[in-house]
Design a protein around this ligand. Sequence first.
Ligand SMILES: *Cc1c(COP(=O)(O)O)cnc(C)c1O
Length: 482
Amino acid sequence: MANLKFFSGENIPLEMHKVRMVQKINLLPVEKRMQCMAEAGYNTFLLKNYDIFLDMLTDSGVNAMSENQYAAMLQADDSYAGSQTFYRLEDVLKDIFAMKYFLPAHQGRACEHIISQALVKPKSAALMNYHFTTTKAHITRLGGVIEELVSAEALKIQSTAPFKGDIDIDKLNESIKRNGKDNISFVRIEAGTNLIGGQPVSMKNLRDVSRICRKEGITLVYDASLLTDNLYFIKIRDSEFKNTDLKAITREIASLVDIVYFSSRKLGAARGGGILTSNDDLYFKMREMVPLFEGFLTYGGMSVREMEAMAVGLQESLDMDVISQTPIFVEALCNELLAKGIQVVTPPGGLGCHIDAKQFCPHVPQTQYPSAALASAFFIAGGIRGMERGTLSEQRNDDGSERLADMELVRLAFPKRVFTLSQVKYTADRIAWLYKNRELIGGLEFVEEPKVMRFFLGRLKPVGNWPDKLVQQFRKDFGESL
Ligand SMILES: *Cc1c(COP(=O)(O)O)cnc(C)c1O
C-alpha cells in the first residue's frame, strides 16, 4: 500500500522507481524568463519547452514510460490490417475491463467524437458529474446540451469530502424527470474529475447511478482517462476496498457502465485511446465511425509502437506502486503550500496541485485574469509552467461580456513519475517567495483574443509594469542566483 511507503514520522513520499534515462532541463536567469513570458503573450501555452525548467502544464502524453514499454515498442507488428500488436492490446484491455468489444481511436477526444456522433441528438441532454473541455465541445457541436450534477460541495475550494466527483443523486433524479429519459443522450461519469481538481468518484455513487440508469434504460458512459488516480483514492479512502486488488475494482466499475472510453495520453502512459463496451447495438453503431474518422479497426489512428507501449502501460497501471506516485506528490506539494498559508483545492486530488488565485491575489479583479497572471508569475519566479483554469478559460457571453469563472485556479500538473521530490520542494519554495511578494502581481489584458478556446492561442500584456518589479524584487532577495 502506497501510504505505507511514506517514511514514518517524516512523511516523505518515496519514489518506487529509479531513473534510468534523463532529459536535461534549463533554468534560465529570471530576466530571461520574464522576456520569454512576454514573448509568449503571458500565455503559458505559448512558451517553448526549451525555456521551461519544470513543465507542469499537463499530464497528457508526457508521462514517464517504463523500460518494459520501450522494449515492447521494438516488437511492434507494423501492418495496416490485422496487426499482432492490435490483438495484444485488445487482449489486455478485455482482460482488465472484462468487456466484450474494443474500438481503437487516436486520443480521448476522438472517442468523444465517436460516442457523441452515435448518441447525441440536437437538444438532447448529456448529464454528467462535470464536463471536460473536449467532451463539452463535442456534445454542443452536435446541438446537445450538458448538465453538471456534482453537489455544491464539489465546487468549494476547501472541503474534506473524500469523493467530490460524485453525482448528486437527487439532482440526477430531478434532471431525468425534467428532461424525460428519451431526451437524455447519456449519463457520463468522469473518473478523477479533471476540472474540479482531479477529484474521485466513489464506487457507491457509481453503483447508485448505474442502478438508476439501468432502471430508466439510459446509457451510462464512463470516462476512464484519469482512472488510475480514481482507483488510488477508492483504495485508500473507502475501507470496503482496502483488500481488493486494482483489477477487481476496475472490473466492477466496468460492470456498472455501458461504455468505457479513455485517453491513453493519460491512462497507460502512451499516446492513443479507445472505447470498450459489451453492448452489441452500441458496438455496431460506433464501429462504423472508426474507419471513417480514425483509421482501420486494427489501429484507429495510432502507431503500432504506441499501441505496444499502451498494452504494457495499462498492465503496469494496476500496481499501487506505479499509480500512487502522482497523488502522493500532489499531496506533498499541497501540504507544503497549505502550511505556508497558501490556499489550494482540498482534499488534494490526483493530476496536480490546484492553487486558488483569488486568495493569492485578491487585489487582481477577475476581469484582469488573476489565474493567468499568477501562472505567468510562477514562470517568472521559478521557470515553472502551470495552466490557467479560471476566467481566461471561459468563453465570453453572447453580448461580449466576460463570463467570470466559479473558481480561479492555477493547476500544477504532475506528469506520472517525471519529477523528483527536490523539484517538488523547489516549487513550493518559489511559490512561497511569490506569496510573500504577492502584492507585486498585477493583472493582464488581451492584445489578441481568439473567439473560441481563447486560452490556447490568446496573447496578453500586463496591466502596468508589474513583471519588472517582480524581477527587481527577485534580484534583491536571491542575489546572483537563478
Ligand atoms: C485529457 C482528457 C480527455 C481528452 O483526451 P485527449 O487525449 O487529450 O483528447 C478526456 N477526458 C478527460 C477526463 C481528460 O483528462
